[in-house]
Design a protein around this ligand. Structure first.
Ligand code: SF4
Ligand code: SF4
Length: 480
């Protein structure tokens, strides 16, 4: 008697192909994006180094929403810096194939630091000595202005930028250019040890903000991430910001099983600090110095951090933590208004269909262009204090269920951001073309943060990229 054969099925659902890199040799490899048990996986294979499987997200629905719903027309820089020659990501940048301008542009002043953190994507430390000259840095600022016109946010970084002997001259040079918002990325140690320095820093407000390292309240976590017990200096740095009225964003590098359980505590505490405008969570990427980090077991995805924000705080609901349309795979954002009792989340008050339609420029919710702009401003990293206040004012006035409190402003605004920078394990060429965080080089190139740490920083370009480019040129690899 005839018996139909059993249907054979895979244990996953196939979603897409992708282009990624081999984590060993950094050569481009093809892969698949697969759904399994609500998780999203990338499977890829290098002819030389074998197969790799990496978790891309633990929330299939959110991953799909970011990819399929938060799609807007790419906003371009005013110029490109490199030709398309070897194929992405070997042509940075910004090459004419890139799909987003720099919402945030970084200038690294020095690789010198007063800490030598066991994890440091820049590989900086007390043993490093390079300082870029003021003239070189001015040229780099000019390169950003040429690309961006009026750059939204420029961040002075390092190493520890406050150690640069001409730090204030550099800050003045940045302020002399048409940059809307200037940030200094710091571990805060100079702030707490040099009162005159802190007081001088305070004179730069209001276009100014510190991007202040703040990973944990606990000794063990700080020792593992920073190699030092920084509990006291962390709190002191925020106290000084409160006292001197210096706006700051707390930046928390998160490692699975180490400090991710403190996510809610950090958000709740930050909400009580007058100077703190928000918290940025940044899962560790496999780049630079990564002692004590195993990309297999310690990797945290954006959706895992988002899940923990939702589980560990009472402030935000799922609809409040949404993808940023500039680079929706890599950045999520939640805006809230600080209130006496905590915070009033804002993002979820915008009807989703408004975001979707607005993203396609066919907004129907309100016909006022100002409202459309307000929505985009609010969900963009291109967001300085003045524009934030104005956008929120417009937005709140247009949402019937929200009363705009009298006299509210930038100080009342609080943003939680998740920035998940891809590394060689989870890089997806489709996504990295949307990168909106760019690092400027002395030669005028602006390179996406992710590819810079993988292929372009220091000797990496010579060590890894040059042989790959030579192979492509010789026609041995079909990557053009
Ligand atoms: S990441 Fe962007 S700038 Fe770099 S090669 Fe790809 S498209 Fe060009
Ligand atoms: S992570 Fe920051 S503080 Fe730590 S060594 Fe690197 S530059 Fe210095």
């Amino acid at each position: 008697m005839y018996a139909p054969a059993m249907t054979r099925t895979r244990p996953y659902r196939y979603y897409d192909t992708c282009l990624s890199l081999c984590p060993e040799c950094l050569r481009k490899v093809e892969g698949k994006i697969l759904f399994r048990d609500q998780g999203v996986w990338m499977h890829k294979r290098c002819p030389q180094h074998g197969q790799f499987k990496v978790l891309m997200a633990d929330d299939e629905a959110y991953y799909r929403m970011a990819r399929e719903v938060f799609v807007k027309a790419s906003e371009m820089p005013e110029r490109f810096n490199t030709p398309v020659d070897y194929g992405c990501p070997y042509d940075c940048g910004i090459c004419s194939d890139h799909e987003q301008h720099g919402c945030l542009c970084i200038v690294e002043l020095t690789d010198k630091c007063n800490l030598t953190c066991p994890i440091c994507y820049a590989g900086s430390g007390t043993h490093r000595t390079t300082q870029r000259s003021l003239a070189t840095i001015e040229g780099m600022l000019d390169a950003i202005v040429r690309n961006e016109g009026e750059p939204d946010v420029v961040q002075l970084s390092g190493g520890e930028p406050t150690l640069h002997p001409e730090f204030f001259a550099i800050l003045d040079a940045a302020f002399a250019r048409p940059i809307k918002h200037i940030m200094v990325n710091t571990n805060g140690l100079r702030l707490v040890t040099d009162r005159a320095f802190a007081e001088r820093l305070a004179t730069y407000r209001p276009r100014f903000e510190l991007y202040l390292q703040f990973d944990s309240f606990e000794r063990d976590a700080l020792m593992e991430l920073r190699g030092a017990d920084l509990r006291r200096s962390r709190l002191q740095a925020v106290e000084i910001c409160n006292e001197l009225d210096i706006s700051c964003t707390l930046v928390c590098t998160v490692k699975k099983g180490l400090n991710d359980r403190e996510i809610g505590k950090i958000v709740d505490w930050a909400l009580t600090q007058p100077s703190v405008r928000g918290v940025t969570f940044q899962p560790i990427q496999q780049a630079g110095r990564t002692d004590n980090y195993d990309p297999g077991s310690d990797r945290l995805t954006l959706t895992e951090v988002r899940r923990q924000i939702l589980e560990q705080t009472t402030v935000f609901a799922p609809e409040d933590v949404m993808p940023v349309p500039c680079h929706p795979d890599a950045i999520a954002m939640a805006y809230a208004l600080k209130t006496r009792d905590g915070a009033l989340p804002l993002t979820g008050m915008i009807p989703k269909e408004v975001l979707i339609e607005a993203a396609r420029n066919t907004i129907t919710y309100e016909t006022e262009p100002a409202v459309q702009n307000a929505l985009f401003d609010m969900l963009s990293t291109a967001h300085g204090p003045e524009s934030g206040t104005e956008s929120l004012r417009q937005l709140l006035c247009c949402l019937p269920k929200v009363d705009a409190p009298d006299g509210f402003g930038y100080r009342d605004l609080f943003r939680v951001i998740i920035m998940s920078f891809a590394d060689a394990w989870d890089l997806d060429v489709r996504s990295v073309k949307k990168s909106c965080v760019h690092i400027v080089q002395p030669d005028g190139r602006l390179i996406p943060f992710e590819t810079y740490n993988l292929l372009y920083r220091d000797e990496l370009e010579t060590q890894y990229l040059s042989p790959i480019r030579a192979e492509i040129k010789a026609g041995r690899r079909n990557e053009r």
